[in-house]
Design a protein around this ligand. Structure first.
Ligand SMILES: [Zn+2]
Length: 174
């Protein structure tokens, strides 16, 4: 059985790269306090590239304070959640109409068209955000949060206004 090694054992990794990585990690941690990114155990003077406390492998990397996940997650999830809501609601509407075999009343058609328009906007927003991820992450943390909160509020406001307007028209208020 050649694959009998326990996960996390150095023998899992090709010998050449394991040796190089291990040496760099051990040398960097020598005399330096650094918390394990998984369990926060102090890795100072660790003798291998695995955390002695939780056995998670650790590597050295260069990162940037601009690369924060909070603002990016808020921005993308705002679009993604809106898109999910729009698509699921459209499928529910369409499914009920399909099963009942009736033509949709004009009011339902109007709400459906509004939902489809919002779904296209949300999808386009998500697509352009992911496509231009580097443009977003090159901005300062403060600006990233401003954009993310702006997207969150904008998407919510647009859905509230769109939903209210189409339902109001459907109900004959306008
Ligand atoms: Zn750990």
């Amino acid at each position: 059985m050649s694959n009998a090694a326990e996960p996390g054992e150095a023998s899992d990794v090709p010998a050449a790269s394991a040796t190089g990585d291990q040496r760099e990690v051990i040398s960097w941690l020598s005399g330096r306090d650094a918390p394990c990114p998984i369990c926060s155990y102090n890795l100072r003077d660790a003798q291998s590239n695995a955390c002695p406390e939780c056995a998670s492998p650790v590597t050295l990397s260069i990162t940037s304070p601009n690369l924060q996940h909070g603002a990016w997650t808020l921005a993308t999830s705002s679009f993604a959640m809106a898109l999910g809501f729009d698509v699921v609601t459209l499928i529910l509407f369409g499914g009920v109409l399909l099963i009942s075999g009736t033509a949709p009343p004009p009011a339902i058609t109007l709400v459906g068209m509004c939902l489809a328009f919002l779904a296209i906007l949300s999808g386009a927003g998500l697509f352009s955000l992911v496509r231009d991820r580097k443009v977003f992450q090159r901005r300062s943390q403060r600006m990233q949060w401003r954009i993310a909160v702006g997207i969150f509020l904008g998407v919510g406001l647009l859905h509230a206004v769109g939903g209210f307007a189409s339902l109001a028209v459907a109900a004959g208020l306008f």
